[in-house]
Design a protein around this ligand. Sequence first.
Ligand SMILES: O=C(O)CCC(=O)C(=O)O
Ligand SMILES: [Fe+2]
Length: 314
Amino acid sequence: MATTIVTPSCLGNEIANNYNNPPLAPIPIIDISLLSSCSEEGENELQKLKLALTSWGCFQAVGHRVESSFLDKVSEITKRFFALPMEKKHKYDREANSLEGYGNVPNVSKKIIFNHSERILLKVAPENERRIERWPCNPTDFGDVLDEYSAIMKSTSRFLLMQRRIRLLNLEKNCFLNAYRDEELIGARFNYYPESASSDIVVGAEAHSDVSGITILLQDKEVEGLQVLKDGQWFRVAILPDALFVNVGDQLQIISNGIFKSPMHRVIVESKKERISVAAFHLPKYEVEIGPVQSLMDENRPQQYMRLKDYRGF
Ligand SMILES: O=C(O)CCC(=O)C(=O)O
Ligand SMILES: [Fe+2]
């Protein structure tokens, strides 16, 4: 579900961008439990959220009420799946013409190790479109944990899309969810960045923005790697134990008429340590036509994007 695939002609720019230890990003930390409160604290948090979405396009969500032990379980099943022997993982290989399944993206450069990763993408919502037979049954609790995690990701994404964002921009109630026609697609991507024998730069995921409306990312608790681009400068994203990293995807950028930013991000991994992450992509179904919300267009801010459906990337 990543977009903006970096083709070889773009690699020059990629190389020009500092791979080596960019500064830590002062990404806003938002206590999302305060967002539905009308207290002064709630209002402040809301202003912080607005700034986060319009400048960085991302934030670290705390106060989300997902048990830390459950997040550990999600990380645990991820590690256990990727630790399986290759032939067992290949049972879940992505089929031709499908985004779902296990695989990786081929390396396109000899100078830098690119796409040093394995990943498995599974559609988790709508439930009747799940292909359960393609879900790993090893570790044995993979399906149960993913099922529970999907429900949490669905309600958290809806919560973030609804109420407060609307008040933030004085929009009518539920206008973002209406843009989704009230039924969403959710894909869960489990990412694994193995350790590497090379001491060179290891790019786990090339620079991309997400196709989603919003993405909720569970980062590795111990190994950093995620970087975000802002104003032409790359920043490292800190690990904040038990925080969920939330970023705007391209489709919410379109729906918000460019007010919310879908940030470019990438993963640069330390070669000596393996790393995992789990991304939940929340997006309108492909057949739903999306476009900028009417009330976010005026003479000062004309329509920035055409209406479209089946969005797969800019
Ligand atoms: O591994 C990460 O931290 C980010 C993964 C990512 O950007 C993605 O799956 O789209
Ligand atoms: Fe991404």
